[in-house]
Design a protein around this ligand. Structure first.
Ligand SMILES: Nc1ncnc2c1ncn2[C@@H]1O[C@H](COP(=O)(O)OP(=O)(O)OP(=O)(O)O)[C@@H](O)[C@H]1O
Length: 581
């Protein structure tokens, strides 16, 4: 009896990244339709750009592990994204390849392909057989290859090799290997053997016609290729490597697919499991120590021992270039991207011609009414009509201005930001907070200026009527402003606390006569020295040092720091005011 060698990595804290490739399928819409071309295009083997929905004169550039352009052949996709991981299966390690993306973007084409252009699945299976065949007999291992094929439909696990079976359970053994008791497992001895079982089983997969794809996959199809190697030596050690090849159901927007009833229910299950998958991939790739939410859907639970951990995983994100896919493409890219960047350049002639409608504008048009609203309504009506008869693409670029699309893009952006751009947002928040603080300081300064002005006017009035008592006793004396101080210009600002500070250098008991001519009673060199000292603290002093000046508390110190940042250095300390450059 062979001894089982665990290949579990459940206890392994180190999780490997999911390699992300993006494949852009060729443009299939009519190029001349409403003058629209593609909304996304490749830049090089790792980067692509898509029109920025917020501003059509800009593009957003995304970076991936690999980018496969429209011209990329099935063979090239296989060689660069899939073949490198296959050898690990023969060493008892797990791997997974899955095609993600919107309905109609080319997932099935990528994974399955056709007889003329076979996709990843037939190529990978053939390669596994080749690898086993090429193994050196002298290594002392016997290999056996087996297959299972299942689908997850409406969160039910269904055996495609035994279509009459019911929803199967997913279990985990003590070594944290994922098992599906009752799932058919067939040993295959050659590629044609595989083909014999696989082709008819594929026909059991749940597909249906939606508005976007006549044969849309309504389930996640999961092919499991298991390679078991057994040592010929007396120990009979055994190692099992699993390869999951997954053709995911399309992520979809029900407003465009026209789904209702059963299609809508399917769609809810599809989108939920894809959302969980996106969270799993995100948490694996961001390296956050938190819990990876495998258990939140059957799909991720099933893939648990082959996604992350020491497994080798590749996600091929399929996208479509037509404008009607814009929202789905944008969403898929945000899910898959390693990084993104706004690029300030027009993408195509067509897009430059499209007016860039800011988000608010679209809403305002809708709410306020007038000709903009009429136009929008007319467009929406036209689009509903064309969607209804299916004669034209259901969403055109101009309809990105439609409030519902805008709302969804905003919601999507928020969601993406919460997942993928936490760090960037943290920095942006800090900047926004700093701006807010500076703004508050500016406002406080304005308020302060107007109070000063008011007081100085009052002081003027009082002194002219010889009623000085109000400004005596403990209240800091306010001085009469020179005439230009009543209208401070932008280059000058009155810093009231300085008056208090200046008082501090006055001999005891002199405060109450300051409003007349206190300065003349001081030695001018002492006064000048003190002014320079204060000026130095004002220009270079820290928050704490500023607070060391008399009558300057937290608020005033902040105010001074704010002004210093905005206007530069204080140039002089006057009797009543301080100037800024
Ligand atoms: N790279 C490609 N080259 C040529 N044709 C392609 C390519 N990708 C996709 N297609 C074609 O686009 C159409 C839609 O592709 P496919 O059925 O693979 O989409 P899908 O993402 O699997 O959709 P669904 O999620 O609805 O199953 C098919 O007719 C397919 O042949």
């Amino acid at each position: 009896m062979a001894q089982r060698v665990s290949v579990s990595d459940g206890g392994n804290k180190k999780t490997s990244r999911v390699r992300v490739a993006v494949r852009l399928r060729p443009y299939m819409g009519k190029q001349d339709e409403k003058g629209e071309g593609p909304c996304v295009r490749g830049l090089d083997s790792q980067n692509l750009e898509i029109i920025n929905w917020r501003n059509a004169t800009e593009t957003v550039k995304y970076h991936f592990d690999v980018f496969h352009g429209e011209q990329t052949t099935q063979q090239e996709v296989f060689l660069s994204s899939v073949k490198p991981i296959l050898s690990h299966i023969l060493n008892g390690q797990n791997a997974s390849v899955f095609a993600y993306g919107p309905t109609g973007a080319g997932k099935t084409h990528t994974m399955l392909g056709g007889s003329e252009q076979p996709g990843v699945i037939p190529r990978a299976v053939r390669e596994v057989f080749n690898l086993v065949k090429a193994k050196d007999e002298d290594e002392g291992w016997d290999y056996s290859i087996g297959m299972s094929y299942l689908e997850i439909y409406n969160e039910k696990v269904l055996d495609l090799l035994s279509p009459s079976s019911q929803d199967l359970p997913i279990r985990e053994d003590k070594d944290k290997n994922i098992l599906i008791p009752g799932l058919t497992h067939i040993t295959i001895s050659s590629f044609s053997d595989f083909d014999k079982y696989f082709v008819p089983a594929s026909l059991n997969r749940t597909t249906a016609s939606t508005k976007l794809n006549q044969r849309s996959s309504r389930s996640h199809a999961i092919l499991l290729i298991k390679v078991v190697r057994t040592q010929r030596a007396i120990t009979h050690r055994q190692q099992t490597g699993k390869l999951y090849l997954v053709d995911l159901a399309g992520s979809e927007d029900n407003r465009r697919t026209g789904n209702h009833g059963i299609r809508l229910k399917e769609s809810g299950a599809i989108n939920l499991s894809l959302f969980t998958l996106s969270k799993v991939v995100d948490s694996l790739n961001s390296g956050t120590a938190g819990r990876v939410p495998y258990r939140d859907s059957k799909l991720t639970r099933l893939l648990q021992d082959s996604l992350g951990g020491s497994a080798h995983s590749v996600m091929i994100t399929n996208i479509a270039p037509e404008y009607k896919y814009y929202f789905d493409t944008f969403s898929a890219l945000n899910f898959a991207a390693k990084s993104k960047l706004i690029v300030n350049k027009p993408f195509t002639r067509e897009t430059v011609a499209v007016p860039a409608l800011p988000v608010k504008r679209a809403r305002e048009d809708h709410e306020v009414g007038g000709s903009g609203t009429d136009l929008l309504k007319k467009r929406q009506k036209e689009e509903r009509k064309t969607e209804g008869d299916g004669s034209a693409p259901s969403v055109h670029f101009h309809s990105l201005a439609e409030p519902s699309v805008m709302d969804r893009l905003i919601a999507l952006e928020k969601l993406m930001m919460s997942c993928q751009e936490k760090e960037r947002i943290g920095v942006l928040k800090d900047i926004a907070q700093s701006r807010k603080e500076i703004q508050e300081l500016k406002e406080k300064q304005r308020e302060f200026e107007s109070k000063t002005l008011l007081f100085s006017q009052l002081a003027g009035e009082k002194s002219s009527t010889k009623q000085n008592s109000v400004f005596q006793n403990n209240t800091a004396p306010l001085q009469r402003k020179p005439s230009n101080a009543t209208k401070p210009n932008k280059q000058q600002a009155v810093v009231q606390p300085l008056q208090g500070q200046l008082q501090s250098i006055c001999p005891e008991g002199k405060e109450n006569i300051m409003e007349t001519s206190w300065e003349s009673q001081l030695d001018t060199s002492v006064l000048e020295q003190s002014r320079q000292k204060i000026l130095q603290v004002l220009n270079t002093g820290s928050f704490k040092e500023l607070k060391g000046l008399q009558q300057i508390g937290d608020k005033k110190a902040k105010l001074i720091l704010g002004w210093r940042e905005i206007h530069g250095h204080f140039t002089k300390v006057g009797r009543e005011m301080t100037s800024f450059n």
